[in-house]
Write a protein that binds this ligand. Structure first.
Ligand SMILES: [Zn+2]
Length: 230
């Protein structure tokens, strides 16, 4: 029962995350152009920082979606895009053809793995990020944390588009989706704590352990593979 059979897996719970991000970015672009032309110097500088923050968030979205597409491509899963909606908000879902449990797990997890890598690189190179003037990096980190929190919420209540990542992971590894939500939420909470307490080795390694722990579910997915026919 490889999940999504006719429905691809990846993406989207982003009901709020991705969509909200896209819509906010578009609106901000218009507002920022006006503001940059008309506002006095101090306000312009602040506005540019806001633009950089959203650019960082958009970069995070790009990494997340690209990771799904790369995994789809690597497995020849023929990725596509399907229009879906969350309530009255229209957005898109990246779809793919039915694949084995292990491949489904990897495709559905790829977005989170991209987030984990991005966050680790960011916090490793900028452990004191909170004290730095780095709006783009803060936007990237914020996207990673907020997206994980929203995905975790969707997993806890088992609600959202059928293509949502946490469902794909849960079905492929044969675990209850709320537990997948826990593996998604834990790194987000710990990374947020690291942002505020950068000198804590405990938080740093607990966060990394949580990321690896979620990845280990791949062995459950692998255990569900059909034995080769002799
Ligand atoms: Zn995703």
């Amino acid at each position: 029962m490889v999940s999504s059979t006719s429905k691809p897996s990846s993406q989207q719970l982003l009901c709020l995350a991705d969509v909200g991000c896209n819509m906010s970015t578009a609106r901000c672009a218009v507002v920022l152009i006006i503001a940059l032309c008309c506002a006095p110097a101090p306000v312009s500088a602040q506005t540019i920082d806001v633009a950089r923050f959203f650019a960082g968030a958009a970069l995070g979205l790009g990494f997340h979606e690209s990771a799904h597409l790369i995994a789809d491509g690597a497995f020849g899963a023929n990725p596509g895009v399907r229009k879906v909606s969350a309530g009255f908000i229209p957005f898109f879902a990246i779809t793919h053809e039915p694949v084995s449990p292990t491949k489904e797990f990897i495709i559905s997890s790829a977005g989170f793995w991209a987030q984990h890598i991005g966050t680790e690189i960011t916090l490793a190179k900028h452990p004191q990020l909170r004290e730095e003037h780095a709006p783009m990096l803060k936007g990237l980190l914020a996207f990673n944390v907020v997206t994980s929190v929203i995905y975790a919420g969707a997993a806890f209540v088992r609600h959202g588009p059928a293509e949502r990542d946490t469902r794909g992971i849960a079905v492929s590894a044969d675990v209850d989706e709320p537990w997948v939500g826990v593996t998604v939420l834990a790194p987000a909470v710990l990374d947020t704590a690291r942002y505020y307490r950068p000198n804590s080795r405990t938080l740093r390694w607990a966060s990394r352990a949580a990321k690896v722990g979620g990845t280990l579910l791949i062995f459950r997915a692998a255990g569900r593979e059909q034995p080769a026919v002799k």
